[in-house]
Design a protein around this ligand. Structure first.
Ligand code: PRX
Length: 630
């Protein structure tokens, strides 16, 4: 067996990769962590700073409401900033940022700490206290990082809403979280255009109550409406004496909530996944350290958006907890040309690059020449997340971007898990399309419908059997749904919602969602969200949404619409409906296709049988139709 290179379907890391890696022997670490997973997570927590040490690593007295590091006091923002400012990292770059128009900014740990403190003090002066919710609605600019860290610093709970979401999505999230303050940018640059974030927020605030103050960060400089008494410019407040660059930090309990992040599920309304200071801190710190093998000199680029869990865990918290340099880019990968990302990897000397299969497929379409114009030799590791990576994209990424020397860390995880759950490390042999094995200390399995483990290579429900520190704690405002959705199908184990199989080497192959969640360009959307957006249009009586395979997006949304009687079918109406969904949910949710129909396949209890629609669209056998009404 060769010791390196791609051999058949297995990629063996080179001896240099292994020699350089923090973890040279995965089995050894795995053995240690599996034999005593609490001891493992305890020792990892010990690498961070605590105001008061925990009494207990895991409190499982009220399953499935697990608690970690109970009795401990810590603050994740302190561990991201203050901890480093006291060391040689004080002058190390914490954040490097490039704007879509080409501007550049970099901040040392010292600077990011000061700016975060100013932000925190401004929030405090607005009356934000421990436990208060703050909604953040911005593009990818340094202020979003400061805003998150500032909330955490004072014990407030941030709820970041992705800047690509529209009015209704923002309104729902503000209302559900009962936020007191909204932090918004005037606008965001995206593909050379301006997304009018403040204008969208104004419309959302007409529908949602509860927001006392709106803090507006200037980015694009276009005219915006400022409501007297409610809206304040951040740059104006920065001039006031209250905006001090040091001071107050809340000594939060390990189990105090850190953030809410809304994600799509099986019902119409997105649910707020809740994470806490202590466990989330230990989980993101540990996984980034080992999987992306953080070394002091690294420049790490996670090309996600801070509005998603990937950005929370691996642009903001994970890298800063590790004292690494995190790179963030504001705009689109193809603006103004499809070499934009590769140009920045070269310019900034990025060593570790982490993105999604949909982006890789999208850029692959433009051909190798755009990549080959750039010297990408600084790259050491690559990463993938969000959906299964097809072997063709894997090989292109590996060969053309990574020059056949960078292992690809295909990380499987979820908003709910907070951290990588199935993932290789640089020393692990890879098979394109598989995330390899569960992270050390995580026990997973694949069950059949009866809750029995399936045999090798058989497909089934992927479950997680041991608790882990950065697991979600609950669905905010809906603990019953937390229990019902994740812990009820198979009592005692966490249901991921994904189907998968495991091969004879123990490698996991994730197939996709088994519920009514569609992954479109790596974004998670619920069929019910799209359907309720459609039926909120005056012409629509009923609607059904399904995901169908798409070359670049992975899946695309196809919808079936029954119009109200008397409404005429037309191409203009289809376009109006697409725009309507875009307005209600966000541009990512716009259906690829809308088909007008007279009826929908339903069960006798009235549930739409999306499986039948999918089978029909794909020309497949719809399977058992015994529950079909008509
Ligand atoms: O279906 C899995 C898919 O993304 C889902 C989680 O989506 P979200 O909460 O938005 O988080 C995405 C980023 C962590 C999972 O249930 N998924 C995520 N990563 C992978 C993946 N599917 C296959 N391979 C992956 N590496």
């Amino acid at each position: 067996m060769p010791s390196e290179g791609l051999n058949g379907e297995v990629f063996y890391p080179s001896s240099e990769v292994i020699e350089y890696a923090n973890i040279k022997n995965w089995d050894e670490l795995n053995k240690r962590a599996s034999e005593d997973y609490l001891g493992f997570w305890e020792s990892m927590a010990g690498e961070l700073d605590w105001f008061k040490k925990w009494d207990k690593v895991l409190d499982d007295s009220n399953k499935p409401f697990y608690k970690w590091y109970t009795g401990g006091k810590c603050n994740i923002s302190y561990n991201c900033l203050d901890r480093h400012v006291k060391t040689f990292r004080r002058n190390k770059l914490a954040l490097i940022w490039e704007g879509e128009k080409g501007e550049f900014k970099s901040m040392s740990y010292y600077a990011l700490h000061r700016e975060t403190c100013k932000f925190a003090n401004i929030l405090r002066s607005m009356g934000v206290k421990k436990g208060d919710r703050v909604t953040i609605y911005m593009g990818r600019i340094p202020e979003i990082v400061m805003a998150m860290l500032a909330c955490a610093r004072i014990g407030a709970v941030h709820s970041v809403v992705y800047g690509g979401f529209s009015v209704e999505a923002l309104h729902e999230r503000i209302e559900d979280s009962q936020s007191k303050v909204l932090i918004v940018a005037d606008g965001a640059y995206q593909r050379g255009k301006i997304v009018p974030l403040k204008e969208i927020a104004d419309e959302a605030l007409q529908r949602a109550g509860g927001i006392e103050h709106v803090l507006v960060v200037k980015r694009t400089g276009q005219e915006v409406n400022m409501e007297e008494g409610r809206d304040m410019w951040y740059h104006e407040l920065l001039k006031l004496p209250i905006a001090k660059g040091d001071g107050f930090i809340e000594e939060t309990d390990a189990e105090d909530p850190l953030f809410l992040l809304y994600t799509s599920g099986t019902t119409g309304k997105p649910k707020a996944i809740m994470h806490t200071h202590g466990g989330y801190m230990v989980g993101t710190y540990t996984t980034l350290k080992y999987v992306f093998d953080i070394h002091e000199e690294d420049r790490f680029w996670c090309a996600a958006d801070p509005g998603w869990i990937t950005g929370h865990s691996y642009i903001v918290y994970g890298p800063l907890l590790n004292g690494a340099t995190s790179f963030m880019y504001e705009g689109a990968p193809t603006h103004p040309y499809p070499n934009r990302w590769w140009q920045m990897i070269e310019n900034y000397g990025i060593n570790i690059f982490y993105t999604a299969p949909t982006a890789i497929r999208g850029l692959m379409r433009f051909g190798d020449a755009w990549v080959k114009r750039h010297d990408l030799s600084s790259l050491r590791l690559l990463g993938s997340v969000g959906e299964p990576i097809n072997p063709e994209a894997w090989k292109w990424y590996h060969k053309t971007v990574g020059n056949e020397k960078c292992p690809i860390m295909d990380t499987w995880w979820q908003t709910e898990t907070g951290m990588f759950m199935i993932t290789p490390m640089p020393c692990v042999p890879l098979k394109p399309g598989s995330g390899t094995k569960p992270f050390p200390g995580i026990e997973m399995d694949i069950y059949n419908e009866d809750g029995k483990p399936v045999k090798d290579d058989e497909e089934g429900f992927m479950v997680i059997k041991t608790p882990w520190p950065s697991m979600m704690r609950t669905i905010y405002n809906d603990p019953d749904r937390y229990v019902q959705q994740y812990w009820s199908k198979f009592p005692g184990v966490y249901l991921t919602g994904d189907s998968a199989r495991r091969d004879k080497d123990g490698y996991y192959w994730v197939i996709g969602r088994v519920d009514d969640v569609i992954k479109v360009s790596g974004y998670r959307l619920g069929t019910a969200e799209i359907e309720s957006a459609l039926v909120s249009h005056a012409s629509v009586a009923e609607a059904a949404a399904i995901g169908l395979p798409h070359d670049v997006k992975g899946n695309a949304i196809h919808t079936y619409v029954i119009l109200k009687s008397g409404v005429n079918k037309s191409e203009e109406l289809k376009e109006a409906l697409r725009q309507h969904v875009g307005h209600e949910v966000g541009p990512i949710a716009k259906p690829e296709q809308i088909e007008f129909v007279d009826s929908l396949p339903k069960t006798r209890s009235g549930k739409i049988m999306r499986r039948v629609l999918r089978a029909k669209a794909l020309g497949q056998d719809p399977g058992n139709l015994s529950t079909l009404e008509d």
